[in-house]
Design a protein around this ligand. Structure first.
Ligand code: ARG
Ligand code: ZN
Length: 851
């Protein structure tokens, strides 16, 4: 049943052009396809033609106008070689599908009265019979017939009349980039002139009433278009660029050629309804999908094993973009927090897999943090190793050499080798081997008259992962700088290349034993194992010139303390709280940076750290320790808090710009601390006065943490009950901030709420996803949350296997915990595995989770 990379073969035939006609009907849509095909010269001999197709009612099939009697099976249709001419031919099919009943949200489906599609990875086969694989590329022409005012597909509009429209996409594309949208939609429109003078019409299509929530996304799109021209020399290549916001969507968004489709959560924003974090994410995702036009669409993937070719690179590009827009230091820290929370967690558990996997059962299960985020880290390392110029030359060569092709990781690495002369054979292990390497650090100092020598010894350990017991050494770029005891930088950042299991690096002529700043900018996705004193950490927090490592020093200090508090009965001490109080008050530091310093490591992160240190994490103790440390910080800042909070309120009307957002982030973090002292008096006032969603949500969260906020929740619901996106926040917040012993019960109560719609992925995630993310609640000793989540996955699976499978990652950390919890989780996984009619998606996940 699994598919293997090693079995790749080019397709037997070529598709020269595709003509599609859709006659839309909720229960019986007709799809008429005319494919101009030819035998593929790279596969000599006569071959049967195998087309993918699932859930299609075949009405008519003809080759060169001659009807054929072949019948489809469960996964497609085979036309015997004997029924096909030796040269080019035209294949015609007509099928019937029922978009209204499509709850899986893959293929053609309906979302609140509007038709839309999601074809990546293998959804096109639910629309028509086709070789549904990314290496089969063709220009598409699409005619849509339906009684909806707006009818959209890929490419440029060519003709339209009442009840129909025709679209032409001249750029050859794989089927996964096909899209169709039809509905009663309104456009927020604008224009963009490319630097070579193409005038592009831009539209963001939304349901009536949402037009006034599109301006920020439109601005982000124009910034993305300009940035890709300036930074990568990439221009847009059609006359129109359409974006559609859809309420029912399994993922974040999709880069269909010329017609991006978005989860409405990542398009619609106004100050009243969206938080600063929402604005950030909208900008990043708009950019991500737009950047796919070159890295994904013009150059696509040969097969789905190469998914990181487009995703890792496009994430790397959107991270660069966001850094340019909002500041690189803060962006890097946020990205690393996310990488550790999702990817390190995945890489250290039963679902660990390489950035380029070599087998899968269901490809939708591999749209993971490893493919996306670690895939981006690998590119960051490559750039560091070959330098900015080398990276620029390699990318130019990549676009030059592979435009219009379906490429592989081998092709990608070859352009770097050809452009820079560097051998990347060993580096390639980052793509083929799973697991997070640990880099151990040993220091030696040899002082002398003429100055001393400092020796840094680095050793790498590559842990076993499922199916990969042994691994080779990686190429690890370790950015290092040295500070002298006065806090001055004596050796500026240089990149040490660790290529062997152990290596030493010498620094000569130093006046005194230096304090090293290691892995600056988080130059490699590794775990740094370096026994450091609290003094050294506090010193780096104060003096490091590298903003990432400055933050990291405070973070490590907090983690050391939290680990000690959770594992023993130690108290919070004063070192971290004193240091953080100084950071909080330091007006020379960017408020956004200070906010990141003050943010405590998450409970899941503490559990991950405890596990790595050989302890069995106790979720209740972690929860208590984290609260005690926050309280200690609140007490240290004490009476200063109200004044500090007031001083941080940004002047003027709300704007999501990074400066104002940074001030709000810090102010709201201090408000959370204040709430630990005043029981919520200040937070209640802030909630009542809040003029924007960021402050309102932050105040409400603080109140819920303090065990109050019921009146505020009711007021919030009364005001926003009619707004789906805002109500998602209302649902999620209650579960996220429920006390450990109440979380499952709160979720239980919320699924009985009339507005709980389990078939809507955003709403499902808002409750069931929030429960699995409430660490102490999910892992409560009663096991109630484990059961609740498993119940809902079993219920969701038949309707929407993709989202059910994705949410099963809630259970991926089971090996960390005690025998009781392990047993309870494994019981739930066994129950899932035993469910009748289990999907391939959730079936594969549950089996891998069991190990
Ligand atoms: N290519 C999309 C993106 O990265 C993700 C789509 C994934 N969809 C899926 N069903 N696996 O933006
Ligand atoms: Zn993507």
């Amino acid at each position: 049943q699994p598919i293997h990379l090693a079995d790749y073969q080019p397709f037997t035939h070529l598709v020269d052009r595709v003509d599609l006609t859709f006659r839309l009907d909720p229960k019986a849509t007709r799809v008429i396809a005319r494919l101009n095909m030819a035998p593929n010269p790279v596969r000599p001999g006569r071959h049967d033609l195998r087309l993918d197709g699932e859930g299609l009612r075949l009405i008519r099939l003809a080759v060169d106008g001659r009807p054929l009697a072949c019948q489809p099976d469960a996964t497609g249709l085979t036309i015997p070689a004997g029924d096909l001419p030796g040269g080019t031919f035209t294949l015609e099919t007509e099928v019937e599908i029922a978009p209204e009943g499509n709850t899986a949200l893959e293929g053609l489906y309906m979302s609140r009265g509007m038709y839309c599609t999601q074809c990546e990875a293998e959804g096109f086969r639910k629309i028509t019979f086709y070789p549904d694989r990314p290496d089969v590329m063709a220009p598409f022409r699409v005619r849509i017939e339906g009684d909806m005012p707006v009818l959209l597909s890929n490419g440029n509009p060519v003709a339209q009349g009442p009840g129909w429209a025709e679209w032409d996409d001249p750029w050859p594309k794989p089927s996964y980039l096909f899209a169709l949208v039809a509905g009663d939609l309104r456009a927020h429109s604008d224009r963009f002139a490319t630097r070579s003078g193409r005038d592009v019409a831009l539209n963001i299509w939304v349901r009536p009433g949402d037009e006034d929530r599109c301006a920020f996304a439109m601005g982000a799109l124009k910034r993305s278009m300009a940035w890709d021209e300036e930074t990568y020399g990439r221009e847009y290549d059609l006359d129109v660029f359409n974006i559609v916001a859809v309420d029912d969507f399994n993922m974040g968004a999709m880069e269909n050629k010329g017609l991006n489709i978005f989860n409405s959560k990542f398009v619609l924003a106004s100050p009243e309804t969206a938080t600063d974090d929402d604005f950030d994410r909208i900008e990043a995702i708009i950019a991500h999908e737009y950047f796919h036009n070159w890295t994904g669409n013009r150059i696509t993937c040969r097969d789905w094993f190469q998914l990181c070719l487009k995703e890792g690179l496009t994430v790397f590009r959107d991270q660069q973009f966001s850094g340019d827009m909002r500041g690189h230091a803060v962006k890097r820290i946020e990205d690393v927090i996310l990488l550790r929370a999702r990817q390190f967690r995945e890489d250290g558990g039963p679902l660990a897999h390489p950035v380029r996997p070599d087998s899968y059962v269901e490809i939708n299960n591999f749209y993971t943090a490893t493919v996306y985020e670690k895939g981006a880290e690998v590119i960051g390392m490559l750039k560091r190793l070959v330098g900015d110029d080398g990276y620029g030359r390699a990318l130019d060569l990549y676009f030059d050499r592979h435009d219009g092709q379906a490429a592989t990781i081998e092709d990608w690495l070859k352009v770097f080798e050809d452009a820079t002369g560097r051998d990347l054979a060993q580096f390639k292990r980052w793509y083929t081997e799973a697991g997070t390497p640990t880099v151990k650090v040993f220091e030696a100092w040899n002082g002398g008259e003429a100055g001393g020598t400092y020796t840094l010894t680095l050793a790498q350990v590559n842990p076993p992962t499922p199916g990969q017991p042994e691994k080779g050494a990686k190429v690890i770029p370790v950015a290092v700088g040295l500070l002298n005891p006065n806090g001055d930088e004596v050796v500026p950042t240089q990149v040490l290349e660790l290529t062997g299991p152990v290596q030493s690096f010498r620094f000569e002529g130093l006046g005194a034993r230096p304090v090293p700043s290691i892995l600056r900018g988080f130059s490699a996705p590794v775990i740094l194992d370096h026994d450091r004193t609290a003094e050294d950490r506090a010193f780096l927090l104060q003096h490091d010139t590298d903003p990432f490592n400055k933050w990291e020093a405070g973070r490590a200090l907090a983690k050391d303390i939290l680990v000690r508090m959770a594992a023993t009965d130690a108290g919070p001490g004063t070192r971290w709280t004193q240091a953080m109080a100084a950071v909080a008050r330091d007006g020379s530091l960017d408020p956004a940076f200070r906010a990141l310093c003050l943010r405590l490591p998450s409970e899941d992160d503490i559990a991950q750290t405890l596990h790595a240190a050989g302890h069995v994490p106790d979720p209740a103790r972690i929860h208590a320790a984290r609260r005690r440390l926050a309280l200690a910080l609140a007490e240290t800042l004490g009476a200063d808090l109200p004044g500090m909070i007031a001083a941080l309120v940004p002047p003027g009307p709300y704007s999501p710009d990074p400066e104002a957002a940074g001030r709000r982030a810090l102010g709201n973090q201090l408000l959370a601390l204040q709430t630990r002292l005043d029981g919520g008096e200040a937070a209640a006032r802030r909630f009542a006065e809040a003029g924007n969603m960021t402050d309102g949500i932050a105040a409400l969260a603080s109140l819920l943490e303090a065990g109050r906020g019921q009146a505020e929740l009711a007021a919030f619901e009364a005001r926003w009950g009619g707004d789906r996106l805002v109500m998602d926040k209302w649902f999620a917040l209650q579960v996220a901030h429920a006390a450990p012993g109440d979380a499952a019960a709160v979720a239980e109560r919320l699924v009985a709420h009339p507005a709980f719609d389990w078939k809507n992925p955003n709403r499902f995630r808002a409750v069931i996803g929030a429960l699995s993310a409430n660490h102490a609640g999910f892992h409560h000793e009663s096991g109630a949350a484990y059961r609740f989540v498993a119940d809902w996955l079993i219920r969701l699976d038949p309707a929407n296997p993709q989202t059910a499978a994705r949410m099963s990652t809630a259970f991926e950390t089971w090996p960390r915990y005690d025998a009781d919890r392990q047993g309870m989780i494994r019981d739930q996984l066994a129950r899932i595995l035993a469910s009748p009619g289990l999907s391939r998606d959730l079936g594969e996940m549950a089996a891998r989770l069991m190990g």
